[in-house]
Design a protein around this ligand. Structure first.
Ligand code: SF4
Length: 263
């Protein structure tokens, strides 16, 4: 938190707002939301950003800040620009957790992880799809630039989170897969959705696709380990071990069901 505050305090709150007026296609009130962070008024920071953006956690991570708002930041003339993207993502993350806390009176979300595809693999994919290497084409044609993993305590929380995400204003559901009701052959259980997050450009609104995975803490533990084992270069998993992994996932599913009934 101290690090975030010092990043916010680095902002000069310029009256002319070049970061907003020149750099941001949404004209986000950047000095305004940063001022609210300085004052530790995160609700106000979120409300300011929400005037032009939804799912700030995503925009804060996928917008090309270095070219846009941070590229126009006066701090960047002589040194480093203000870390606007990081501050925006911070506000978005707090809002997701706090909003759910408010609705459900307990902490629905344990933690959230974000993944942004490496620029090299985005370019490779765009070339394979014969796209022009522009921001607009990237947003329109690449589905998995941004990924969010939301980890919660109980299976029933998965559906509450999914419903809340789908109700966010302007957000579109492009695709969804319910591996909670129908786990994968591997035993993996989670809810996957591809959401379209609206981003307003000067002439039009485009939808940035974000892959969201929602799963329990227990399944997250299994899945993270399974991923590590699967991609260990020195090991090939034999049939017997594969079966054991499936058994473990089944045990975790049973445990998740039991914990849900007990709470
Ligand atoms: S240009 Fe940079 S220093 Fe000035 S208000 Fe914007 S973010 Fe803050």
């Amino acid at each position: 938190m101290e690090e975030i505050k010092s990043k916010a305090n680095y902002c000069l709150n310029c009256v002319t707002k070049p970061c907003s007026n020149k750099g941001c296609p949404l004209n986000n009130n950047i000095p305004g939301f940063i001022k609210a962070i300085k004052e530790e008024n995160y609700k106000q920071a979120y409300e300011i950003l929400s005037e032009t953006t939804v799912l700030e956690s995503v925009c804060g991570r996928i917008c090309p800040h270095t070219k846009q708002c941070q590229g126009s930041c006066v701090r960047g003339i002589k040194g480093q620009p203000v870390s606007i993207g990081e501050l925006e993502a911070f506000v978005g993350d707090i809002a997701i957790k706090e909003e759910y806390k408010l609705f459900y009176n307990y902490d629905l979300i344990d933690h959230i992880n974000f993944r942004i595809k490496e620029s090299d693999s985005i370019i490779k994919k765009m070339k394979n799809k014969e796209c022009k290497l522009t921001y607009k084409e990237m947003i329109e044609n690449i589905n998995d630039i941004a990924g969010i993993r939301i980890v919660c305590s109980l299976k029933k929380d998965i559906f509450s989170i999914k419903n809340l995400l789908q109700k966010l204003p302007g957000v579109r559901t492009i695709k969804e897969k319910d591996y909670v009701t129908n786990p994968k052959k591997s035993g993996y259980s989670a809810y996957h959705i591809i959401l379209g997050i609206p981003v307003v450009l000067s002439q039009q609104i485009i939808y940035v696709k974000v892959e969201v995975q929602i799963r329990t803490m227990a399944m997250d533990f299994w899945s993270s380990l399974e991923h590590k084992m699967k991609y260990k270069p020195e090991d090939v998993i034999d049939k017997k071990t594969s079966k054991e992994w499936v058994n473990c996932a089944k045990i975790i599913n049973k445990l998740d069901n039991k914990m849900m009934l007990m709470s």
